[in-house]
Design a protein around this ligand. Structure first.
Ligand code: ZN
Length: 308
């Protein structure tokens, strides 16, 4: 049912440094500049490949100035956001990040891939994983050569107290399979498998409970092909007693949200209609796009959003 990852969404601090990091430094394309549909005076940035295909998308809510406290990274959260880069590209990325004043360190070698880690401007842990096989075509419009460019999301790390409950749920309800296992961690795959189709489930032994706030991941979204399949999954979740939202119109996809047994907020989002629904593919991310129901508020929204 689940075909892979769709996107990952974080609560971040200031808008301009966020754009500079994800577009200017990591080389992702800003595929949509819109507002948080639940708080229209806060931006919602979508970064991804050329068209923002599912599994390539990172999204942020820059909550600077709203009194949102820094979050606590811990159990019941996605604690590491990782991107897939080609094998052999880690020295390029280490040099590029270092030259920009971003400290890097070696990540743990897990499931056969080496990695480096850094923090984004809001304190999120960002990991670049050198994945041996990733067929996704990168966006190269930000002056990053194609042979080293980010391919998309890799395998976000879910930190949970009882990994077995989470892996059971992913397998029995969402159709994931256990692809590999190391002490305290499980690599779960959906659909075609490979980076962009995986979640890592890690045992959160000596960490606090996660609290959402600035510098933490809010949720990770999984992709599903059609609204009919999404409705069937929703029925199944409801029948099993899980609290799940109604289907919400996110303009670029339709979504449902629920928590897995370990407390991590998951979303299941439809593949379509995608980011070209309200903007020419060549012009993605260049104008502030609002859903139809917010257009009447555009003057006030534009006045109150921070300048970028
Ligand atoms: Zn989302």
């Amino acid at each position: 049912m689940i075909t892979g990852l769709h996107h990952l969404t974080a609560t971040v601090d200031q808008a301009r440094p966020d754009l500079d990091f994800y577009v200017g430094l990591l080389g992702l394309r800003l595929v949509k500049k819109t507002v948080n549909f639940d708080n229209h005076f806060v931006y919602h940035f979508y970064y991804g490949d050329g068209l923002g295909h599912p599994s390539t998308i990172m999204t942020t809510f820059p909550y600077h100035g709203w009194g949102v406290a820094p979050g606590v990274r811990g159990a019941g959260q996605v604690t590491v956001t990782n991107f897939s880069v080609p094998e052999g590209s880690l020295p390029f990325w280490r040099d590029r990040l270092t030259a920009a004043g971003v400290a890097t360190q070696a990540g743990s070698d897990r499931f056969g891939a080496r990695s480096i880690r850094c923090s984004d401007p809001s304190g999120l842990i960002i990991e670049l994983r050198a994945e041996p096989a990733d067929p996704r075509q990168p966006w190269t419009g930000e002056a990053i050569p194609g042979e080293v460019a980010i391919r998309g999301l890799a395998s976000p790390i879910l930190s949970v107290r009882r990994p077995a409950e989470t892996t059971d749920f992913l397998q029995s309800t969402l159709g994931f399979r256990l692809e590999a296992k190391e002490p305290g961690r499980y690599l779960m795959a959906a659909g075609a498998g490979g980076p962009g189709h995986r979640l890592e489930v890690h045992a959160a032994d000596e960490v606090p409970d996660g609290v959402n706030g600035i510098g933490t991941v809010h949720h990770v979204a999984l992709a599903i092909a059609t609204g009919d399949e999404q409705a069937a999954l929703r029925d199944q979740l409801v029948a099993s007693g899980r609290a799940v939202t109604r289907v919400l119109d996110r303009n670029y996809f339709q979504s449902i949200y629920f928590r897995e047994p370990g407390g991590v907020l998951l979303e299941v989002a439809t593949t379509g209609p995608g980011f070209a629904v309200d903007e020419d593919p060549d012009r993605l991310g260049t104008a502030l796009k609002l859903p139809a129901w917010e257009e009447e508020n555009r003057p006030e929204i534009e006045r109150r959003l921070p300048p970028i």
